[in-house]
Write a protein that binds this ligand. Structure first.
Ligand SMILES: NC(=O)c1ccc[n+]([C@@H]2O[C@H](COP(=O)([O-])OP(=O)(O)OC[C@H]3O[C@@H](n4cnc5c(N)ncnc54)[C@H](O)[C@@H]3O)[C@@H](O)[C@H]2O)c1
Ligand SMILES: O=C/C=C/C=C(\O)C(=O)O
Length: 484
């Protein structure tokens, strides 16, 4: 047990409805990004724990998969109730663990966690497909549960991204083994308590803590795992895809991005600036962030002036303070990685209009919001995901050029455009390579919509029917006309 922000959090695994302490006493230290102090010693799982969790999930599958949809939905709503009762505790623990703003956790993220469960519980009850006829034969499509799902998630929005997978996987009648990111293990452990209190049967949901290769490796190579859903980086996705290959385990991959925000001269400039500054949210640690500001030349000067003015008013500091706009980076190693990108960008000739280094006033893991201009074509800073508060500004002359620049990376997660011209929005949107396009808005998410990335931003889509498509084995039953 650890006490974090006044909340008791179990530091072991959760396997088959039981708390499993660190095998052989092996633990790792969980550090808070707020001040880099250790906050918990977490069980460091390995192949044995991965094996035990898959076995528990495998044993629990027959009964859970045959539990009625109504009963599954009822339990998932009870989990949502439990989350809602503990929003403040979850928010406090998540902020201590990943350094994201308490105000977002209280009002955005944790309510969304509850919504993840409610949405997929309700979607399950309406899931279906109309029967259809072929020469008098009926076709009936059913959505059969697939089996044990291994879910592997990152640290930037730990509980939100985990439950976005857990909820549909469980709703579909599957059982789950979750491996949270080692930098943010805590809220997954609290979710295990909540799920147990809500009456989720033992073994239906399991949590194994530990490092990627040590737990994630054996988990993703396990022949009894029938689905792997992963959110994280491209290199890890390659390793996971290779581990899944011998078993041909179906994969859903939600990966990185280098998304554009395209600002046309006909845009509402205040809105465009608001959208641009919003890209520093979560200290830039957002997969969907539109980190490349592509601005039409004729308005670039005015846009930049207003952007710098607005960004200059952002308050950086302790994420537990409601007034803070930008908190710390997740970890010392991550901050150094971000800083490496910034230093190389400068070496390549880019000019930092703001920021460009750690916040020396605050010290620790606080990195200044940064905007680069004049990065040379092809520079790393224009093509690689930084995953920190670092944006670049480029200008374009024509719509054609804007589209080419927007599509000019190996990613295709999202794109945002600001324009006052509906026809232009339609034309440009049609040509963008992106899983999600926002026009004059950002991060408006409906869980019914398909979510995922093109190119190296991912494989597959989740959300609404697409989640059930992935987490189910679809079956078509063709029945001949019955003899009279
Ligand atoms: N597209 C999306 O929905 C989305 C959302 C959030 C974050 N992301 C991406 O996630 C990345 C940041 O997250 P990160 O740094 O935690 O990513 P990461 O790939 O380093 O780690 C993600 C998870 O994979 C695990 N892992 C590491 N090696 C493994 C292995 N060999 N086998 C199995 N599991 C392994 C880690 O322990 C962690 O739980 C960024 O690229 C970001 O864009 C994408
Ligand atoms: O950092 C990435 C955030 C992704 C958001 C979602 O996956 C979501 O809203 O479901």
């Amino acid at each position: 047990m650890a006490t974090v922000a006044g909340v008791a959090v179990d530091t072991g695994h959760w396997i088959g409805g039981e708390r499993v302490p660190a095998g052989g006493g092996a633990t790792f230290t969980d550090v808070s990004p707020i001040d880099e102090r250790p906050i918990a010693e977490i069980a460091r799982g390995g192949a044995a724990e991965a094996e035990a969790a898959v076995a528990a999930a495998h044993r629990a599958f027959p009964s859970w998969s045959r539990t009625s949809r109504e009963e599954r939905a009822r339990i998932l709503h009870a989990v949502a109730d439990g989350v809602e009762k503990r929003i403040e505790e979850l928010a406090q623990v998540e902020t201590a663990d990943n350094g994201a703003l308490i105000r977002s956790h209280r009002r955005g993220v944790m309510p969304r966690v509850a919504h993840n469960f409610r949405f997929f519980a309700d979607w399950l009850l309406n899931l279906g497909h109309d029967d259809f006829e072929t020469r008098g034969h009926t076709n009936h499509v059913s959505w059969d549960p697939a089996g044990v799902c291994a879910l592997i998630t990152p640290w930037n929005a730990p509980l939100m991204l985990a439950t976005w997978k857990i909820a549909p996987a469980l709703a579909a009648g599957n059982t789950v083994v979750l491996k949270p990111a080692e930098w943010t293990p805590l809220t997954a452990s609290l979710l295990a308590d909540i799920a147990a209190e809500a009456g989720l049967p033992d073994g239906v949901f399991n949590v194994v803590q530990g490092y990627g290769a040590e737990v994630g490796g054996p988990l993703t190579a396990h022949p009894d795992v029938r689905r792997i859903s992963f959110t994280g980086s491209v290199p890890t996705a390659r390793t996971i895809a290779a581990a899944a290959a011998p078993n041909l385990t179906p994969l859903s991959l939600e990966l990185g991005g280098k998304s554009p925000l395209i600002v046309f001269a006909d845009a509402d400039l205040d809105l465009a600036v608001d959208l641009a500054v919003e890209q520093y949210d979560n200290a830039g640690q957002v997969c969907l962030a539109a980190t490349r500001l592509l601005v039409e030349s004729s308005i670039a000067e005015e846009f930049t002036r207003r952007f710098l003015e607005k960004a200059g008013r952002l308050t950086q500091g302790d994420p537990r303070d409601e007034a803070t706009d930008i908190g710390p980076q997740i970890h010392r190693r991550h901050l150094e990685r971000v800083d490496g990108f910034v230093r190389r960008a400068r070496d390549a000739g880019a000019r930092a209009l703001i920021g460009g280094g750690p916040n020396e006033d605050l010290g620790g893991l606080y990195y200044r919001p940064t905007l680069f201009a004049d990065a040379p074509e092809g520079a790393e800073i224009l093509t690689e995901e930084v995953f920190g508060p670092v944006l670049t500004l480029q200008t374009f002359e024509t719509e054609e050029q804007a589209v080419a620049m927007a599509n000019g990376t190996r990613f295709g997660l999202a794109a945002t455009l600001a324009t006052g011209d509906r026809e232009r929005a339609r034309r440009v949107t049609e040509r963008l390579v992106a899983g999600t396009v926002w026009v004059n808005c950002f991060f408006v998410r409906d869980l019914k919509a398909p979510f995922g990335g093109a190119r190296q931003s991912g494989v597959g889509r989740e959300g609404g029917d697409w989640s059930f498509d992935f987490y189910c084995d679809l079956k078509n039953t063709v029945t001949a006309p019955w003899a009279r």
